[in-house]
Design a protein around this ligand. Structure first.
Ligand code: BGC
Length: 758
């Protein structure tokens, strides 16, 4: 296996990109290859707008939510997240929207047999550090969506992980803007390679689920540009999503879907974005303000407290409070996205088409195998010898399946759900269930070790588990922590007394492995008492097979953490979700019979979240505060070993960092060398930045030269007054390491002063 060079791969992904990264003074400006076809799309969109009646224009700027739409629009389609009736006389297709972060999700239609391929959680894809796999996953989902007649996919979640406990971290791509941006861009590009639309979401700062529809996220604007917005910007340049989904929350005082600075200034003006802004479902709060501040389409309009972009918008256009020119702009943007993505010229079929689920399962398995992270392997107890005689599996329904995350991204996977537990309380109770995909680790392990006795216990009795593992070649505890959209966990401790179970088993057998199925970090009070830990995330519908293959060394673990695992909850900027008091107050009123505490807000009173860490998200925070986490960003072990040598740094107008990577072990494996640069943030403080990475697969003894060209924005500070990116001339410490905080090679780059538009 050979991975393409990262820089070359990003160049491939960038091909056809018209929304080019800002050109820094002293850099050569490349001519965007896609520019002429984009100009063509703009002209076609414009001509269509001119041919449309007012009613037709108004028809395109809101979508219906199938379960609530009255009357149901007469469209033969599988009802899912939403739809916008098309305009056949002009060849404008009906927009058929479905969630699609981890596979084609279908919350609404629960028909038996309507399944889709479930990838691992996005956080696992991020852990591959391999943009090619993100692209392949997106391309697979897009192909299934098209075959199911969907043409607008609600995908591309790229909110940075600011808090380790955020309920939706599993749907996102970690805490670093470069990694998340590159991976999201590749995913979106893969989806849209099927001539359909992908969104990028949730723009911006939907960083926690508690009170997501009422909270006001407060942050310094320059810091936001250097963090979350940079992830969106990079992903938008690479993936060119036809649509951007604005978030539920407020940002610095205004709702994201009526936020002039976010939508008009940053997205449309500074980034030159030409597609359309659609709202999240139930995220619209006004007609004139939202329309004038940049919202182009109200999604699932029945979920709002009033239908702001239906009759109310018609009246606003008639009375001039929303000018006709703005309505035309909204429609032109929607049509531009539909044309530029290729959808207009290649409509989706009217009825469902066959899908090659066996081939797609391989895509899911590859992503799972590369995303699993080996966190600990004391005494090299892994890989497990195939001659093992007795293996005992414990917990997490590992006899029948693997866990998945909940919410709108939930895929009803091929093979079904062997375990499904309904929720009775909490904000997600109306639409989420704790669901296992049918991919049995027990069966997969048995298949790879047919001579061994491989047994399973559910772990409900720690004493019985301890008894069962005595004399076993390995005790494998499957530990689980379920996460879902709409709720944040109030504790990062494993539920169901699993810590005690792990202690009991580890005391009975020195060869105890913990396989963690989680949407992100959990606390590990037992970390020193077990020799081996594998983070499998939510590994998707081939997760059982992927775990088994890693265990026996059929594949070398090559995942790296895309988020920091804290040693304790107080190491991170916030130890618990903001707004818990407001949430608990609403819960108490509901329990007391108050009927007013429903709706999108769940009755939670508005509150603010102060993102005081600014741009210093994740590992940057730990570097700034000199805190040592349990496992750092970028961390992950392999069954072999890698060394770095011959650091060569070229500075000046373009920073390039070159070095040699050698596999010094006895097995073939893949490594992810990481380049970190110490820059200065807008606040003038020390700023530790991931400036590049590359996944390299090497056979024993093999050496490869890696060269990383640094995107100047990563080492820039954002100057709000210009506004724009500024690199100060000077000496920048550069390190090449195996993870954040590691410094295998050290050097200094001397860089010229540079600047670029936002
Ligand atoms: C989620 C979005 C999703 C939408 C439609 C919202 O609750 O935040 O990510 O795309 O629902 O299902």
């Amino acid at each position: 296996m050979r991975f393409p060079q990262h820089a070359a791969l990003i160049a491939v992904l960038m091909a056809g990109t018209s929304l080019a990264a800002p050109v820094f003074a002293k850099e050569q400006a490349a001519t965007p290859a896609h520019a002429s076809s984009q100009a063509g799309a703009e002209a076609r969109a414009d001509a269509l707008v001119k041919a449309m009646t007012l009613e037709e224009k108004l028809q395109l700027v809101h979508s219906y939510f199938p379960p609530l739409a009255k009357p149901q629009p007469p469209i033969a389609m599988i009802p899912s997240a939403g739809h916008v009736p098309g305009i056949p006389r002009l060849g404008i297709p009906t927009l058929r929207e479905s969630d699609a972060s981890l596979g084609v999700a279908n919350q609404v239609e629960q028909r038996k047999g309507d399944v889709a391929t479930a990838l691992p959680a996005s956080i696992a894809t991020a852990a591959t550090f391999n943009p090619r796999l993100a692209y392949e996953g997106g391309a697979m989902i897009g192909a299934e969506a098209r075959a199911k007649t969907f043409n607008v996919l609600l995908a591309g979640g790229v909110n940075l992980t600011r808090d380790p406990w955020n309920g939706r971290n599993f749907e996102y791509l970690g805490e670093d803007p470069l990694l998340a941006g590159v991976m999201a861009g590749a995913h979106i590009k893969g989806v849209q390679s099927n001539a359909i639309v992908s969104t990028i979401k949730h723009f911006a700062l939907n960083s926690q689920e508690t009170g997501r529809t009422v909270l006001d996220a407060r942050i310094d604007r320059a810091a936001l540009r250097e963090s979350d917005l940079l992830a969106f910007q990079i992903a938008t340049e690479i993936g060119k999503p036809a649509s951007v989904m604005c978030a539920y929350n407020k940002v610095n005082g205004d709702y994201a879907c009526e936020n002039d600075w976010l939508l008009n200034t940053v997205l449309k003006q500074d980034w030159g974005y030409k597609g359309w802004v659609m709202s999240d479902w139930g995220a619209v709060h006004s007609t004139q303000k939202a329309a004038m501040n940049g919202l182009d389409q109200d999604s699932g309009q029945e979920l709002d407290d009033a239908m702001y972009f239906d009759k109310a918008l018609a009246s606003a256009v008639k009375d001039g409070s929303v000018p006709m020119a703005r309505l035309d702009d909204m429609v032109r943007r929607i049509l531009f996205g539909v044309i530029d993505s290729g959808l207009m010229d290649k409509p989706v079929p009217d009825s469902a088409q066959p899908i090659d689920y066996a081939a797609h399962a391989q895509v899911a398995q590859r992503a799972a195998e590369e995303g699993i992270v080996l966190l600990k392997n004391k005494g090299d107890i892994l890989p497990l010898a195939k001659t093992a005689k007795k293996i005992v599996l414990i917990g997490a329904h590992a006899d029948v399946g693997v866990l998945s995350g909940g919410g709108s991204s939930q895929v009803r996977s091929v093979g079904g759900a062997p375990v499904e537990i309904p929720l009775t309380t909490g904000a997600a109770a109306s639409f989420a269930r704790i669901t296992w995909h049918a991919s049995s680790p027990l069966q997969a392990i048995r298949a790879l070790a047919p001579q061994a006795s491989v047994t399973y216990l559910d772990g409900s009795d720690p004493k019985a588990a301890a008894e069962a593992v005595r004399g076993a070649d390995m005790a494998i505890i499957f530990a689980w922590a379920w996460r879902t959209e709409a709720q944040d966990p109030e504790s990062m401790t494993l539920p169901d007394k699993q810590d005690a179970l792990i202690d009991a088993v580890a005391a009975a057998n020195a060869k105890t492995l913990v396989v963690l199925e989680s949407g992100g970090p959990v606390l590990m009070p037992w970390v020193d008492r077990v020799p081996a830990i594998l983070s499998a995330w939510y590994p998707g519908q081939r997760g059982g097979e992927a775990i088994a293959r890693i265990l026996f060394g059929e594949v070398d673990p090559s995942g790296r953490l895309p988020i920091t695992f804290p040693a304790s909850v107080d190491q991170a900027p916030r130890s618990e979700p903001a707004g818990l008091a407001e949430l608990h107050a609403a819960d108490a009123r509901r329990s007391a019979g108050d009927k007013t505490v429903y709706g999108m807000s769940g009755g939670v009173a508005p509150f603010t979240v102060d993102y005081l860490e600014g741009a210093e998200v994740g590992y940057r925070w730990y570097a700034a505060k000199q805190r040592k986490p349990l496992f750092p960003f970028g961390y992950g072990l392999t069954y072999t070993s890698f060394t770095y040598a011959n650091l060569k740094i070229e500075g000046g107008a373009k920073l390039t960092v070159g070095f040699d990577v050698t596999n010094t072990g006895k097995r073939t494996g893949a490594d992810v060398p990481q380049v970190y640069v110490e820059a200065k943030s807008a606040a003038g403080t020390r700023a530790y930045r991931l400036a590049g990475f590359e996944k390299v697969s090497l056979s024993p003894g093999e050496m490869r030269h890696v060269s990383v060209t640094v995107d100047p924005r990563v080492i820039s500070r954002f100057d709000e007054t210009a506004p724009g990116w500024k690199v100060d001339a000077g000496a920048y410490p550069v390190v090449v390491g195996h993870f954040a905080g590691d410094a295998a090679l050290k050097g200094t780059a001397t860089v010229d002063a540079q600047s670029a538009r936002p």
